[in-house]
Design a protein around this ligand. Structure first.
Ligand code: RB5
Length: 149
């Protein structure tokens, strides 16, 4: 299950992404926002990242104006690897090397067509594992240390 959220700055791109997910018959839940009225991105990052962190969802997509606020917020959650991507290469690497479980994009940075392409690449790319898994394990170890202190 995949969960999707945006603020007002990411709302239009989110609609395009939801359309793509529907076309691909991917089960997705929309956690808001529901329009272009101004809202606070951490509220929506918390809904999506909280669901991924708890295991309620396997993957998430977050969109704000730049993607920056959503990525900062989402990465506060244990087990979340939220990657802000801007182009096809970073979308591919976000999966291949970082096994990102949340894809973050900027609705004021990307066109709907570009955003859809990046989601497709992220969904269709495989995690390479190996030396990259070792690095993800180190991130988990840092996380454990931070939570303990
Ligand atoms: C909202 O105006 C904007 O600050 C937000 O969408 C995002 O870009 C924050 O990082």
């Amino acid at each position: 299950m995949l969960v999707v959220g945006s603020d007002h700055g990411g709302y239009e791109l989110k609609l395009a992404i939801l359309e793509l997910l529907q076309e691909r018959a991917i089960e997705a839940a929309d956690f808001g926002t529901d329009g272009s009225a101004s809202v606070d991105y951490p509220d929506f990052a918390a809904k999506v990242a909280g669901a991924v962190s708890s295991g309620e969802a396997q993957l998430g997509i977050l969109i704000c104006g730049t993607g920056i606020g959503m990525s900062i917020s989402a990465n506060k959650f244990a087990g979340v690897r939220a990657a802000l991507v801007h182009d096809e290469f970073t979308a591919q690497m976000a999966r291949e090397h970082n096994n990102a479980n949340i894809l973050v994009m900027g609705g004021r940075v990307l066109s709907p067509q570009q955003g859809k392409k990046l989601v497709e690449i992220w969904l269709d790319t495989e995690f390479e594992g190996g030396r990259h898994q070792k690095r993800l394990d180190k991130i988990s170890a840092i996380e454990q240390k931070v939570i303990k202190h």
